[in-house]
Design a protein around this ligand. Structure first.
Ligand code: NAD
Length: 256
């Protein structure tokens, strides 16, 4: 794959696996993450010669950092074919106790981050008359769980953004789609297990079995590799036949 891909939140978890997978397929990869050191380490892991991978520090909710980071990506590799807007956090609390600052922080990372990176990417993609934007949604883009009010709200919102990008981008050869993973054992989820156990008054093992995987067809976690396969498929899809859509990758949790 002779493409340039920018992946946000790519120093850990799903984003990191996507970076490794796209690089293995031959793409040049920009790892944009709040954690500059981890982003640089990931880039070196992909390409010790620093020719095909670039790690940059970027807070996706900061307009200036996004503009600078995206400009640097294009300067370095000459174009931009794929944006994966993946950076995200989870904050869990009952709605009646939800701290307003935390609500705003989560929405800002997920939604401002998706908007700002999309806007910068589209400017370049429109010049090239081609591009693919992939948002990391969640089953929570379609389904709710208690204690996750801002996360569920933000993840639903990404589907709306993807549909607008699909409509506006079509005339410029740009497609936009959403991947909606079920639970994946990344640091984001490992942190949630004891938090949910406390909130629900049950054991960590029961959080996994009766909350996270209860509605899957086989009691299995989705893997980072599963999500990477879905991203490759969407990135490689050759026409506007597949745009404005969201694909659930979840071992059958939430069938549409
Ligand atoms: P993770 O915690 O392993 O990785 C998230 C990465 O995002 C980290 O490297 C972190 O430094 C970075 N990040 C956080 N805030 C940032 C910011 N403001 N700017 C730039 N980077 C920032 O989490 P993950 O599980 O790999 O999650 C990645 C995405 O997948 C998120 O959008 C998450 O909501 C989504 N998702 C995860 C799961 C799951 O079960 N793990 C399921 C569905 C969707």
């Amino acid at each position: 794959m002779d493409k340039v891909v920018v992946i946000t939140g790519a120093a850990s978890g799903i984003g990191k696996e996507l970076a490794l997978t796209f690089a293995r397929e031959g793409a040049k990869v920009v790892i944009a993450d709040l954690d500059l050191k981890a982003a640089q380490e990931t880039a070196l892991e992909i390409d010790p010669a620093s020719q095909r991978a670039l790690g940059i520090g970027m807070d996706v909710s900061n307009e200036e950092q996004v503009e600078n980071g995206m400009a640097r990506a294009v300067e370095t590799f000459g174009r931009l074919d794929i944006l994966v807007s993946n950076a995200g956090v989870q904050i869990v609390a009952p709605l009646v106790e939800f701290d307003f600052e935390k609500w705003r922080k989560l929405l800002s990372i997920h939604l401002d981050g998706a908007f700002l990176t999309t806007r910068a990417a589209l400017r370049q993609m429109y010049r090239q008359n081609s591009g693919s934007v992939i948002y990391m949604g969640s089953v929570h883009s379609k389904e709710a769980s208690p204690f996750k009010a801002p996360y569920v709200t933000a993840k639903h919102g990404l589907i709306g953004l993807a549909k607008v990008v699909a409509k506006e981008g079509a005339a410029h050869g740009v497609r936009a789609n959403v991947i909606c993973p079920g639970f994946v054992r990344t640091p984001l989820v490992e942190k949630q297990i004891p938090e949910q156990a406390r909130a629900l008054g049950i054991s960590a093992a029961d959080v996994v079995k009766t909350v996270m995987l209860r509605e899957t067809v086989d009691g299995e976690f989705t893997t980072v590799q599963d999500v990477a396969e879905a991203a490759l498929f969407l990135a490689a899809f050759p026409s506007n036949a597949l745009t404005g859509q969201s694909i659930v990758v979840s071992h059958g949790w939430f069938m549409q």
